[in-house]
Design a protein around this ligand. Structure first.
Ligand code: KG4
Ligand code: ZN
Length: 341
């Protein structure tokens, strides 16, 4: 008998629902929230209100476009955390209510586990090579920057992580300082492709082991812009593409230094990228170049599965369900989770 998982993702500012049947994604519906753009960042209260408006049509859309009936659902998976509490609460409560009304079990999923397992999302009729365990993932998003050893579908070991800000925040901060809007990553990516990455240099942080730090880099960009604007008030206008290209190169150099170190320390050659920042065109290019140099087998996600989406929650929920895991109806969202659940 088929195993069919309906999944709900609402951890930040995207409301998404997806259906996965026997590991194959049948639908993945998304409602982005434009309301945050004018504030230059996600406003938690507005995010949870928008999730409340979006959740019914998004879940309905996922079931309808998958072409399944609600009786076909084996379990409802939902993102339990980490994320914004008010946003998580909408998805969690909705999943529980729907599960009770349909008489189905629920499966709680860690959002990061979703990103890590996004390489296992299989689309109908498309052949795809899947990673073998163990593999190493560079998980880079707006909230996290980690190097994770993925041991199997349920076991993850964080072998390096940021001690302060996430790399996505460093992209978003750059866009904010340059007046480019939110989210900043895609705009910086686009402008950087038109600039010279060697025009400006920034100091590299000295962080031990496989860990990262991005807060000092954000501050050094602030001072760099302030000092140059003192000399020339048109500095940003005249150098916008070069600033984006140089700053982006700096962030990617740092990400790749530690990823390469992780490969050398573990000897693991299966290397994956995950999370919103893995949509970055230069990071994707550079990681493939490193892959050729060191003989890595690379897993770079399709663009639609890099940023937040429910298909990755459905696939993680699917493997948890197969392992026998079920969540209690008492489970509550967690804004921060130190451990993978
Ligand atoms: O995974 P995600 O959708 O949400 C979190 O779980 O945080 O990641 C969002 C982050 C934002 O910081 C956004 O600026 C960044 O991913 N991002 C990018 C690109 N597309 C999205 N950063 C660099 N280049 C991109 N093309
Ligand atoms: Zn995410």
């Amino acid at each position: 008998m088929s195993v069919t998982i309906l999944a709900i993702e609402s951890s930040c500012d995207d409301t998404s629902a997806a259906v996965v049947q026997d590991g194959v994604v049948l639908s993945n519906i998304m409602a982005a929230q434009d309301v945050h753009k004018k504030y230059g960042g996600v406003i938690p209260e507005l995010a949870s209100r928008a999730h409340q408006q979006n959740i019914v049509p998004v879940v309905h859309g996922a079931i309808e476009s998958a072409g399944i009936a609600s009786k076909d659902i084996s379990a409802i998976a939902f993102t339990r955390g980490p994320g914004l509490l008010g946003s998580l609460l909408v998805g969690t409560s909705f999943a529980k209510g729907l599960a009770i009304s349909l008489g189905k079990p629920i499966v709680d999923v860690n959002h990061l586990q979703g990103h890590l397992l996004s390489h296992f999302i299989i689309e109908k009729g498309k052949e795809k090579e899947l990673p073998e365990f163990p593999y190493i993932t560079l998980l880079v998003s707006g909230g996290h920057t980690q190097i994770v050893k993925v041991k199997n579908f349920l076991e993850f070991e964080v072998i390096g992580e940021t001690i302060d800000d996430a790399v996505g925040e460093a992209f978003d901060k750059c866009a904010k300082l340059l007046g480019l809007g939110y989210p900043g990553g895609p705009v910086v990516d686009r402008l950087a492709s038109l600039g010279d990455p060697h025009r400006f240099r920034f100091a590299k942080p000295k962080i031990k082991d496989l860990n990262y730090s991005f807060s000092g880099i954000k501050t050094s960009l602030l001072y760099f812009l302030r000092d140059n604007l003192k000399e020339n008030e048109r500095f940003v206008e005249e150098n916008l593409n070069h600033i984006c290209a140089s700053y982006q190169k700096h962030l990617i150099d740092i990400l790749l230094d530690k990823l390469t170190k992780a490969y050398k320390e573990t000897g693991i050659v299966q290397i994956a990228l995950s999370g919103g920042v893995s949509a970055n065109s230069e990071l994707r290019k550079r990681v493939v170049e490193s892959g050729h140099k060191y003989g890595w087998k690379m897993f770079v996600p399709e663009l639609r599965y890099t940023t937040d989406n429910a298909a990755m929650i459905a696939i993680a929920g699917y493997y948890k369900y197969l392992s026998g895991h079920r969540a209690s109806m008492d489970s509550v969202p967690v804004s921060r989770s130190a451990d993978y659940i």
